[in-house]
Design a protein around this ligand. Sequence first.
Ligand code: ADP
Length: 608
Amino acid sequence: MTQKDRCNRAYSFAFRSFQALIFAVLVLLMSFPVAAKNTLVLGVFSYRPLPVMQERFEPLIQHINSQLETTNIELQILSKSELEKALITNQLDLLLTNPSHYIHLQHHYELHGVLATLVNRERDVPVSQLGGVILATQTSGIQTLSDLKGREVAIPGRRFLGGFQTQAYELLQQAQLKIDQDIIVKEVGSHDAVIEALVQGQSEVGFVRSGIIEQVFDSNKPLPAGLRVINAQEFAGYPFAVSTRLYPEWPLVTVNPCPCDREILKAFINLDPDHPVMNKLAIDGFAPPANYSSLDQLAQTLRLPPYDLSNSLIDQLLDEYRWYLLLGSTLLFLILAFTLQQYRSNKRLRITLKQLKQQEQATLRAKQALNEKAELLKQSNNELEQFAYVASHDLRQPLRMITSYLRLLEQRLADHLDDETKRYFHFAIDGAQRKDEMLKALLDYSRVGQVGEPTKRLNSKKHLLEAIAFLNPEIKKTQAEIRVSDDHWPEIKASANELTRLFLNLIGNAIKYHQPNQAPKVAVAVQAIEGFWLFSIKDQGIGISPDQLDRVFNVFQRLHTREQFEGTGIGLAICKKIVLRHGGQIWVESGGIHQGSCFYFTLPRSDH
Ligand code: ADP
């Protein structure tokens, strides 16, 4: 294949591809439908029964649609509540309603603005405003607005703008007369009924919309029954009798802004008054938007919707869902109350917890301080005992020297001393000996717990019998009777030599402090009490005066002189020290002097 052939083939392939592409694009374009018109929904307030409204407005909308290129309007005839529901659900683009309703809607919904104002045709005259007429009979004597004070007025109904509200506003503004307070109103249902009541003489005053009297009566003749218009106003170009200021007619409202607004406005404004659809509706067309602020002012002053919430949608909803709301708010209240209570009790708990923690910390600190103090006390006790031990031990040496040298002196000077000096020597040696005994006793006392055997489980009876054996000489000498009870003698945890010492001192005292000329009788017993063993050593001796019972356990405290009974006054102090060291208590009971004594001590039960 030549170079030229290859070029031709490539060219014809490219051309066929291009042809196919063009064909595909054409097929694609043909498969799309012609662009649809943008549909807008127009809601019209249904002031007459639905079929009547449909019949009147449908031709107008069809006519408008025929004028529109990009837009198609769909008509919906709706009641006031239906209109509001459609607004809530965003189903409307345009709406046509009466001026008062528009003021009400304007306050509750996002409306874009008024596109045009309806121009009515009344008696072949275009009218885009309305007002109110106050009619009074000749016989009523009413000349001015102020004359209406205290009168009863026939009105078609309170919801009528031209038949009631405009007059009420004017009376308030110009004559400061308030409806229901200064003027009584009687609702008779319609404009025709008001005229009828006046003509028949049933009412002296009545309110009707502007244009009504011209509809009912021949305008070339005076009004019947001497009726006359009170507070008559003159407005250039306005063809009807009127007693109040004028307010704009129905607004055509755009709910949402749309680029098609201009086109729609143009179609409505340019409606031909002579077109048959206009005759059907008895309208002249639409004019550029009027100012509706005067209506807003009127509604505000008279507390009409939306400034009177009684008729608002909110109230309707409240009415409809009252029980749900009541239930909901009760539940909400309960939840709130519960939450509040929970919050409060939580707060209380938190505070209590905090206080508890603080108390715990304070207790911990106090315990720590107590432990530190106990430790310090233990140290100082140890030091004191150490001191007592060292002092009593070391002081004995010089004391023995004094005694020895005094004795030597006494022997050496024996022949040269008179009796009195010998007695002095005797006192000095005796004092030194006595001091030595006391130091020895103190040494004994300080040795308790220091040099004693370690605690272990002991047979208490064995140590009791050991103590009695030590006391054998005294027992024989005094012919004492020691009775050991047949009780169960327990095992206890104690230091062996200290336990023997305890029995020894107490039984020894019971023997020593017996009644003169009477052999001592001692009974030793034991019994179990809560957590302890209670030992008792009872004698029939000299007894102890009740006020001295506590003193006897103090160091060097004696109730008798040495002449009466030998002793150092340390025995019972040692007993107390031993018992306390083992975790028990010691005390004495006595009926008094010559009544005998009973010494008790407790030791913890080792099985507890
Ligand atoms: P001491 O017997 O060496 O004087 P104690 O400390 O043993 O010292 O006794 C202190 C004091 O208690 C005694 O001096 C005595 O007056 C009194 N006492 C002790 N035991 C008895 C007892 N069984 N009956 C009466 N008094 C007693």
